[in-house]
Design a protein around this ligand. Sequence first.
Ligand code: NI
Length: 221
Amino acid sequence: MHRKTIPLIGAMLAALAAIGLAALVAWSQLSGGGSGARSGAPGKGEAVVAPGIDMGGPFELTDHTGRTVTEADFEGRFMLVYFGYSSCPDVCPTELSSMAAALDIVAETNAAAAKKVTPVFVTIDPARDTPEVLRDYAPAFHPRLIGLTGSPEAIDQAAKEYRVYYGKGQTIDDGFYLMNHSGYVYFMGPDGNFVTMFHGGTDPQVIAGAILRYIDGTPTS
Ligand code: NI
């Protein structure tokens, strides 16, 4: 009796493995299928995105040096993207520091990999975050951090593409106001496709580990 159950279990396991593989393939195809698309369940710190949901897209914004930039300027490079605002008292500075720390960890482990990643900060407060403001703000976190701003319409479009929620928040004193906004960190592939996104507050070590893993598994142009 024992001898008959073992082959049966073996066949069932093989069938389950085949189903599992098919599910993984379907997931990776649905989640973009580009070279940077992930091929399995998200790792620690990574947010689950329903298959078929598109993240990112074309944009035309102004960087902190006053130059007009589009998604084409980032072609061939990974992007680590965060949407926030420079007047943010705590969350944004913490998140941008984490991004910078993660990039430094990547650089210590694999300098070539770190060079492939461009950190980007997109303001959701274009009324206050002019290129001049971002010129001081962005590089203070990381020398390679690019600050992006634009017209309210252009910011709105970029935020929509990344499914970023934002809106004017509480007014404190003398007209100083806060902004409400979602706080994911997006990791985009060299083809502009979404790779993964991290929950706000994710440990820089975790972000760095994921970046290294994804870059390792992605052929870059
Ligand atoms: Ni903030």
